[in-house]
Design a protein around this ligand. Structure first.
Ligand code: HEC
Length: 179
């Protein structure tokens, strides 16, 4: 009896080890109402890719995020990529401030979310260990982008480990982004 139990536990452990190593869209969802419920805190021009990227944060985290401190558990950041407007002669269209003009054409969505236990579940090597952050990519229609190489998310965002792994949000909070 006791022996059977141990065998069963060992089998369970083997299944747990075989689970995906990191990031799945099952874990990091695309928040349905981010457009209406989240705070649009930033947008970034990417002339190199002919894209404008809009960044949103969930209001619960935004209310308690503090400058220079690691971000609260439960922080969700959504980045929405749009095609930038291009004139008939192929040049990027600039507005009066010299910024790119976004079109309505959405090209993809990127989500990062911080939850207790995500890091342990990911079990990544130190050079990709983003603490309790996890990542997922979605297509413009909101379905999971299964082609996205999620390991690259961790590798590249690692370069901002001193800013809790975010390129823009941590800095915006430091700069006194209004609540
Ligand atoms: C090669 C580097 C690189 C890779 C790979 C990468 N990112 Fe990023 N990410 C950036 C940069 C840089 C920004 C800031 C916007 C900009 O300058 O384009 C950013 C911004 C973000 C943001 C907005 C919050 C923030 O940190 O500023 C989210 C969300 C995000 N990325 C998610 C992802 C996801 C999900 C993946 C993987 C599918 C991913 N990123 C892969 C470089 C990267």
């Amino acid at each position: 009896m006791r022996r059977q139990l141990i065998v069963a536990l060992a089998a369970g452990a083997a299944v747990a080890v075989a689970a995906p190593l990191f990031a799945t869209p099952d874990r990091v969802k695309l928040p349905e109402a981010y457009k209406t419920d989240f705070v649009l805190y930033n947008h970034v021009d990417r002339p190199d890719r002919k894209r404008v990227r809009f960044m949103y944060v969930n209001p619960e985290a935004h209310a308690i995020a503090e400058p220079g401190k690691v971000l609260p558990e439960g922080t969700v950041l959504v980045m929405e990529d749009h095609e930038a407007a291009v004139s008939a002669d192929g040049n990027l269209v600039l507005d009066k401030d010299g910024r790119l003009a976004p079109t309505d054409a959405l090209t993809g969505l990127f989500v990062m979310e911080k939850r207790a236990g995500f890091g342990a579940a990911n079990d990544l090597p130190p050079e990709k260990d983003n603490g309790d952050w996890d990542y997922a990519a979605y297509k413009a229609d909101g379905s999971p982008n299964t082609e996205a190489k999620l390991e690259n998310c961790f590798a590249c965002h690692m370069s901002r480990s001193g800013r809790d792994f975010t390129f823009t949000y941590f800095k915006n909070v430091e700069d006194g982004l209004p609540k």
